[in-house]
Design a protein around this ligand. Sequence first.
Ligand code: ASP
Length: 341
Amino acid sequence: MDRKVCIINTGGTIGMLPSEDGYATNKDYMSSVLPKVLGPAEGSEDFPAWELIELPELLDSSNVSIKEWNMIAKIVAENYNEFDGFVILHGTDTMAYTASALSFMFENLGKPVILTGSQIPLFRVRSDARENLITSCLIAAAGKCPEVCLFFGAKLFRGNRTTKASSDQLIAFESPNLPPLAEADIDIKYNTHLIRRPELGEKFHVREFTEDVQVAVLKMFPGIQYDLFDGILTSKLKGLVLEAFGAGNIPTESEGLIQVGRKAAENGTIIVVCTQCMRGSVILGAYEASAPLVKAGAVSGLDLTPEAAVTKLYYLFSLGLTSDQVRQEMARSIRGEMGRG
Ligand code: ASP
């Protein structure tokens, strides 16, 4: 095959080995084992050539943050013209956040960027690592889906639609509100009508995130005492993702949230409402119990995952937009992250 894929290793279970404290990343493992795993396929008609690039420090994805997203984005940008596609090896815990972040950072992406990893490390005899890795390389090389995607459990998802749904099943991810972009059975079948393509004539461009944008996530629960959160509602807080009940409802018996709304409005903090439900959409105003949010000028996140909401806020504020502009952009889909995509 006359195609070339860049594998970027960031860490995660896929390349972990046992340590005294449990599974931990290992600096030399992936570079030594990958030639053995991919070697037999390499040079065959249907497998691409590949190169491995590793982050300076391999991480459990619990420690991946804006700094690492910027590093990954830079690696893709620097190698963009040399490769047909990219495979990012990543821990599963925050893979949906990284996939969402990259989807916003990459403007006019014209090549596949596939995040994958595994629930069982590659060194184990029985592991999902080999299958996830090999199929991701094939999808990246094929170039049929020029989006930031997440491949896991034989399904290719749009990255910014995913969420980690299981800590122990091999099918660890779901895309609750958008069907898979492809399914890897005997053949890899693409749902071509769902796949987004870059604007004709527009060049690929990376927008790095600035590291000082402050956002927070506040999950509603019965008995919530809003004054506990008073301290986080400062003028530095740019965005607040509120995980509400059902279609966007909150406890309204106390005055607490009205205060939160008032304070957020005073500070120019954008409130984005997502639902705690796995599936479905926020419909502000459907119930009286969401009226205070409407009055506070909160934005409906519709079916946006909290992962996509947080990273979209980082992106929009990193662009230097005003609060009003961010509010407008949060209400519409910019990378197929909400609605019908
Ligand atoms: N803790 C690991 C990580 O996210 C879990 C995994 O990769 O499955 O890095």
